[in-house]
Design a protein around this ligand. Structure first.
Ligand SMILES: N[C@@H](CCC(=O)N[C@@H](CS)C(=O)NCC(=O)O)C(=O)O
Length: 204
């Protein structure tokens, strides 16, 4: 497999962490998204959406959308990161959809704007609303993690890998303070203590 990626990306990191957990190896092909390297004709032939991560399978087929790739890897390798019982599975996938709508646009996007000098006048105007929604997302996770060890129960699942990716770097750029969310902090530490854990900018 070839993973087309940009190392600081949390969306790419979800795939790298899942591969680490499942013991899967892949070749990494890096792109600098700040230089438009995912908008070339060659990249668009892999994925017309022009965004990393893209997982190129050994048969040449390309998968995009980070959470779809997570589901694919867990299903193909019959991993307990994704329960087989439909109800438990729905609980895990609920968090993957929630991440894309309520977490990533407020936490990942704000981190990128602030750490890559990508703030525009329009983004500046919208920042307070993003911060309010980002804090609400962290609070919702904190409340859930006050009740149980992991997001979808007492066992680590794709929900945790998916949400760990951007949550653990939420402070980068200075917009969020994780000390306001002690249960989230405990959960971050428990993932970082896993034997298969790799930091965001490490490859395999
Ligand atoms: N919903 C997509 C989002 C992918 C995405 O936004 N990728 C960003 C990096 S994290 C990217 O490639 N941006 C470059 C661009 O849009 O030109 C996913 O989860 O994979």
């Amino acid at each position: 497999m070839i993973l087309h990626d940009f190392l600081p990306s949390g969306n790419g990191y979800k795939i790298r962490l899942t591969c680490a957990k499942l013991g899967l190896s892949y070749q990494l092909k890096e792109y600098d998204i700040t230089q438009g390297e995912t908008r070339t004709e060659a990249f668009l032939a892999l994925s017309p959406n022009g965004k990393i991560p893209v997982l190129e399978l050994d048969n040449g087929q390309c998968l995009s959308e980070s959470n779809a790739i997570l589901l694919y890897l867990a299903e193909v390798h019959q991993s307990d990161l994704l329960p087989s019982n439909p109800l438990d599975k729905a609980e895990v996938t609920k968090w993957l959809f929630w991440e894309q709508y309520s977490h990533e646009p407020n936490i990942a996007s704000v981190r990128f704007w602030l750490t890559h000098n990508a703030m525009t006048e329009l983004k500046e105007q919208r920042l307070p609303e993003h911060l309010q929604q980002g804090r609400a997302a962290l609070k919702l996770m904190d409340d859930q993690l006050a009740k149980q060890s992991y997001l979808a129960g007492d066992r680590l699942t794709l929900a945790d890998i998916c949400l760990f990716a951007y949550t653990h770097v939420a402070e980068e750029g200075g917009a969020y303070q994780l000390s306001d969310y002690p249960n989230v902090q405990r959960w971050i530490q428990s993932i970082q203590a896993q034997s298969w854990y790799i930091p965001i900018t490490d490859n395999q």
